[in-house]
Design a protein around this ligand. Structure first.
Ligand SMILES: [Zn+2]
Length: 393
């Protein structure tokens, strides 16, 4: 069985091992070493990566008590001695997140009396689900403050193995899920946790833990957080975004929210002003189109160079209220046509469009009184428009 050196020290990042077994499987190549510091996925912590000789370690998994490294190429033959190196930056990040989780969970238990139900260590952020249906912003702020106070106290984090009897005598957060000897991760003065993961040596190495959001998840409280360098990077990104917004809006960051609120309010007012103007304009345009139709006969029709299709829909509503003739409007900017009538014309708009559209490569449909179509090109739209005009003559 593999000697698991990550239990000796979580800080071992380079060692020499010999290849115990190589196995080609359907999903790739796996190597077993006589001793390894690559941590296999488990307890919410992802498997390690790094190098074995020239081979890249893509993932590490546990199988029947043995550690298997998934690799991209053969690092040598069985019995060969190979230099192993951990992707230390990634592993240390996992140690910060995992120890951060223990401290956050312990603090949620102490302050909110809420035990942790699950932990997820993602590539971007981490989450814990705690047994709490409702919470306040003040409670979460208190948890975050206390976690960070405990970080600054530089509390030692140690791990050791105890017998099941010794484990039974410890105030463990949760009963161990393994039989036999139990590995304990202890944050001095805070908690004893039965855990197989790799951890930093003291809370000071966490630097900082930041809660990012709280969400309701299946009746529980989900806390999204980042620890250590992840928390710092989050701060770097957020600072950059704020500085960018602040410069674009020429507003100090403390006044950004107020500024955006004013802006939104202003936008709503402009929209309703625009709508009122549009309605007035529609009246004039409708009047002009109806005059034209009286002279020409057939349909009330026009192709618009620069009006959005949505605007033509409201214009059509104004027109159909005033005429019994079919109304045919087109938007060249959006390559769309609209055919409507007020109910008196002997015509099904949907059926009419479906009849002529295939000839012009158009697509669309509708009901008796309103139908619309879109076209691949302006030429096709214009040709279809002319055809419908002549049909209505
Ligand atoms: Zn753990």
């Amino acid at each position: 069985m593999t000697l698991k050196r990550y239990y000796e020290s979580a800080y071992l990042r380079e060692w020499t091992a010999s290849i115990a077994d190589l196995e080609e499987r359907e999903d790739g190549l796996y190597v077993r070493l006589d001793e390894t510091a690559f941590y296999p996925e488990g307890g919410g912590q992802p498997g390690d990566t790094g190098r074995i000789g020239e081979a890249l370690v893509l993932d590490t998994v546990m199988e029947k008590g043995d550690v298997l490294q998934k690799i991209d190429t053969r690092p040598g033959n069985v019995g060969d001695s190979v230099l192993c190196t951990l992707d230390w930056e990634r592993r240390f990040d996992h140690m910060q997140q995992h120890s951060g989780q223990h401290l956050l969970s312990a603090t949620c238990l102490d302050l909110l009396d809420a035990p942790t139900l699950s932990f997820h260590l993602g590539e971007d952020y981490c989450t814990i689900d705690v047994d709490r249906a409702a919470w306040t912003a003040d409670e979460l702020e208190a948890v975050e403050q206390e976690v960070n106070r405990r970080i600054v106290r530089n509390l030692p984090i140690t791990s050791y193995t105890v017998s099941p009897q010794e484990a039974a005598a410890l105030p463990l957060v949760k009963a161990p899920s393994v039989e036999g000897d139990v590995r304990i991760v202890e944050i001095k003065g805070i908690e004893y946790n039965a855990c197989g993961g790799t951890h930093v040596a003291s809370t000071a190495e966490l630097g900082m833990l930041k809660l990012l959001r709280a969400e309701k998840q299946k009746g529980h409280l989900r806390l999204v957080f980042k620890t250590g360098f992840r928390a710092l990077n989050e701060f770097v990104v957020q600072t950059r975004i704020l500085a960018d917004l602040s410069s674009r809006l020429s507003t100090p960051k403390e006044e950004l929210v107020e500024r955006v609120d004013k802006w939104l309010e202003d936008d709503r007012r402009k929209q309703s002003e625009r709508q009122a103007l549009q309605q007035q304009l529609d009246k004039y345009v409708a009047h002009e189109l109806l005059e034209e139709a009286v002279h020409r006969g057939g349909a009330v029709a026009r192709l618009f160079e620069q009006r959005a299709f949505k605007e033509l829909q409201s214009l059509a509503a104004v027109l159909t209220a005033q005429t019994t003739l079919p109304v045919l409007l087109g938007s060249l900017t959006e390559s769309k046509l609209l055919l409507a009538h007020g109910g008196q014309a002997d015509l099904s708009c949907g059926a009419k469009l479906r009849e002529v559209l295939p000839e012009y490569g158009g697509r669309g449909g509708g009901n008796e009184r309103l139908a619309q179509a879109s076209f691949g090109s302006e030429a096709e739209l214009r040709a279809c428009y002319e055809r419908l005009l002549s049909d209505f003559q």
